[in-house]
Design a protein. Structure first.
Lengths: 350, 234
């Protein structure tokens, strides 16, 4: 089977699956089958976190540059696009009313995504160009500072709600969020498998040697960082228009930290790892919520309040027990092939 | 082919190279010898644009290249095996060699050159799929040289290829240098192993604390009493 046909079929199946799930989340359900709101929300956040983890992995895992302010770019995407839909959404709804309600909100969401991605990409370029031209870990410090500064700036802009928060129209649904999670995976996967991907990995391995191979390391680092920021922006847009409410609290350092945990846990430089990490880190606080509270003297502790501590512990234990993360740089495909070869089944040409 | 004219280089306030002039002509093997800290690596870093000369000019095939970014030199035909080898540790031997051909698009030529690299260093062929980080020091050096050759350079810059290697491996490396040269690649070889370097080169420069103190035919220098005493331990 030719590879584009294979991709086409996989694409159709994935979209159909997302469509069915999306239908199950809606009021009437999908032919009677339904998903409750709680589960629906979890699936949405898994998808958003997949976008965040996969895109951060491009710069941290594949290019080897340490960004620790991904939530800052998410905030830029979220607020810039929300400003647009809050102010122009109604007009666009009537302009696109001939497409029906779903059609109109989909178009507006796409426009919002383009805006959020572009603004976040510009922010990425502003942060990335000066810090990535230098060799060394300037990016970590600069992104950390940027994420905090942007949050405080937003907090002080009354036009986007300031400290009281920002009401945003709910144009996003699981179908679109799922589609963009898939798009992120496909785009990052294609970058990584291309010649550019080889250049990125060589930069991670040894920047000077990469330069000596003829790789324009500055250009590749900046480009990969800008793309990564744009996808963080997209995640922000989707989050804003699903959650229908933005508060700068959603973009504190803990959010950036959470995304780092996802890729460290899954394995830096593994697409599969980023996806698995995103799922685990999204579900973990929910599991903690199920645990009973513990009584220490006069005070009660809820495990879910200890989320930060538990994340930190996970990070520490991963570093000690399996510093390369669950998957290392391997992918589910490699593991499957290795397994199949072990079983002695006839393998393909790969 | 390569000319440095009165090049001086500073690390901030410290002058590391003073008024260096040297030439490498097409087809030659030229060696630059000197003790630790003499400025050998600094010279190569300046040629490859990692450092900008404070004074002087560097020209390659008639074009000024002073301060030009390293990656722009590769398409011009300059390749480098850096000090400390700089192999891509998590990539396999084959992937490392592939990266050496990064600027090239001719698949057929690349796979031919890959075979050439394996002929030059049969040890690499045996370890084709092994991660470069798990190779021995000597094997990593072979890989660094093989990889540099993958861009089909006209000028190859080598920084202490024999550093830390057992005598037998030093021999292998210098044999490879002879082979590369006989295939027509010009070489600028930086070495502390003056003995071997002088025996496998046409001309030599002696660097002492950032200045060139002697230059000439390698055989004559090898016979020079001052060189013998200071660098050949005789
Ligand atoms: N980044 C740097 N900053 C300041 N001084 C430096 C720097 N790199 C090298 N130097 C100094 O410049 C001088 C020349 O160093 P260089 O690395 O060129 O020596 P070398 O001849 O290659 O020595 P070796 O044989 O030990 O590799 C030394 O005194 C060294 O301490
Ligand atoms: Mg040196």
């Amino acid at each position: 089977m030719s590879s584009w046909l294979k991709s086409l079929i996989i694409g159709i199946v994935v979209i159909a699956l997302l469509y069915v799930l999306n239908g199950m989340m809606s009021k009437g359900g999908f032919f009677g089958a339904g998903i409750d709101d709680y589960t629906a929300r979890l699936l949405v956040f898994i998808a958003i976190n997949i976008i965040l983890a996969t895109s951060l992995n491009l710069i941290n895992g594949f290019t080897g540059q340490f960004s620790i302010g991904h939530a800052g770019f998410m905030a830029v995407g979220a607020y810039s696009s929300a400003y647009f839909t809050v102010n122009y959404g109604k007009q666009l709804e009537s302009a696109f009313s001939f497409l029906g309600e779903t059609g109109a909100s989909s178009i507006i969401l796409i426009i919002a995504i383009v805006i959020g991605a572009i603004v976040a990409a510009i922010a990425g370029a502003i942060v990335g160009i000066p810090s990535l031209r230098l060799k060394g870990d300037y990016l970590a410090i600069v992104t950390l500072g940027f994420a905090e500064i942007i949050r405080i700036v937003i907090l002080n802009i009354d036009a986007v709600g300031g400290a009281t928060g920002y009401q945003v129209p709910g144009y996003a649904n699981f179908l679109w969020i799922g589609i963009f999670a898939v798009i992120t995976i496909v785009v990052v996967h294609n970058i990584v498998k291309s010649d550019a991907g080889r250049a990125l990995v060589s930069i991670r391995e040894d920047e000077l040697a990469a330069e000596a191979m003829g790789v324009n390391t500055t250009r590749y680092k900046v480009t990969s960082f800008v793309i990564s920021s744009a996808f963080a922006g997209i995640a922000g847009v989707l989050f804003a228009h699903y959650n229908k409410f933005l508060s700068t609290n959603d973009f504190q350092f803990i959010k950036s930290f959470e995304i780092i945990i996802m890729i460290v846990l899954g394995g830096m430089g593994s697409m599969t790892g980023a996806v698995v990490g995103a799922i685990v880190v999204t579900l973990l606080p929910e599991l903690l919520r199920q645990l009973p509270a513990i009584q220490v003297g006069a005070s009660t502790f809820q495990f879910s309040d200890l989320r930060l501590v538990i994340f930190a512990l996970i990070l520490i234990f991963t570093m000690i027990l399996r510093p390369q993360g669950i998957f290392g740089t391997a992918e589910i495909g490699n593991i499957y092939r290795r397994f199949r070869n072990k079983l002695g089944k006839p393998g393909g040409l790969e | 082919m390569l000319t440095l004219e009165n090049v001086s280089v500073n690390y901030d306030a410290i002058e590391a190279l003073t008024d260096i002039s040297l030439t490498v002509s097409q087809g030659e093997v030229v060696t630059l010898i000197g003790a630790n800290g003499a400025g050998k690596t600094t010279t190569l870093r300046t040629i490859t644009g990692l450092l900008e000369p404070r004074n002087g000019r560097i020209t390659y095939e008639g074009k000024e290249i002073s301060g030009m970014a390293t990656h722009r030199l590769v398409p011009m035909g300059i390749a480098m095996s850096p000090e400390g080898r700089g192999v891509f540790a998590n990539l396999s031997v084959r992937e490392n060699l592939d990266m050496g051909a990064y600027i090239r698009k001719d698949k057929k030529g690349i796979s031919d050159d890959m075979e050439r690299a394996f002929t030059l260093f049969p040890r690499l062929k045996e370890r084709e799929k092994q991660k470069a980080g798990t190779l021995s020091g000597g094997e990593q050096q072979m890989l660094a040289m093989g990889r540099a050759m993958m861009s089909r350079p006209r000028l190859l810059l080598l920084d202490e290829p024999s550093l830390g290697l057992a005598p037998l491996l030093v021999h292998t490396i210098f044999e490879a240098i002879d082979n590369i040269r006989s295939e027509g690649t010009t070489i600028l070889l930086v070495e502390q192993n003056a003995n071997a370097a002088l025996h496998h080169s046409d001309r030599a420069y002696v660097l002492e604390t950032g200045r060139i103190v002697m230059e000439g035919d390698s055989k004559q220098l090898a016979a020079d009493p001052r060189v013998k005493e200071a660098y050949l331990g005789e």
